[in-house]
Design a binder for this molecule. Structure first.
Ligand code: ZN
Length: 147
């Protein structure tokens, strides 16, 4: 069995990844070792059995199966308006940036104009002082069907 269990920052189990993937998460410092095989190393790391995310990831979407996430779906859900300034939006912003473990989920992505996306950069809305005008939600199927 080579799969490593990933648990959330609150210790809730999320999913399994390969050992290689887990090591990459450790290298990128998005996760820390929670449990490891005794006396086995891969490079500088103990062989992980369980890794824990450094930052809490909102997972309610996992239990609330709606339409699959897509960039086009996010733009449509948000009416192609920027979540930060309400200007016409053409880009997708990751609320928790991808570089910090943020994922392509309905609740972690929002439509944004190019300028706001650039300005926010690698920060959370709170860090950037850019409050969201609306809370991103998982859309129903009907909301994506229109137009
Ligand atoms: Zn904007």
């Amino acid at each position: 069995m080579d799969a490593v269990l990933v648990i959330n920052a609150d210790l809730g189990p999320l999913h399994r990844v390969t050992v290689q993937h887990a090591i990459r998460m450790l290298c990128r410092r998005v996760a820390e070792i929670h449990e490891a095989e005794p006396d086995q190393l891969i490079g500088v790391f103990p062989v992980p059995r369980v890794v824990r995310l450094v930052r809490y990831v909102v997972t309610r979407w996992r239990f609330n199966a709606g339409p699959a996430w897509s960039r086009a779906g996010v733009l449509r859900r948000d009416g192609r308006r920027c979540a930060y300034c309400d200007a016409p939006a053409s880009t997708i912003d990751h609320i928790l940036p991808r570089s910090r473990g943020g994922r392509n989920t309905w609740k972690n992505t929002t439509a944004a104009c190019y300028e706001c996306n650039q300005r926010k950069g690698d920060r959370t809305p709170a860090e950037a002082g850019m409050p969201l005008r609306r809370e991103p939600a998982t859309p129903g199927w009907a909301a994506l069907a229109g137009r």
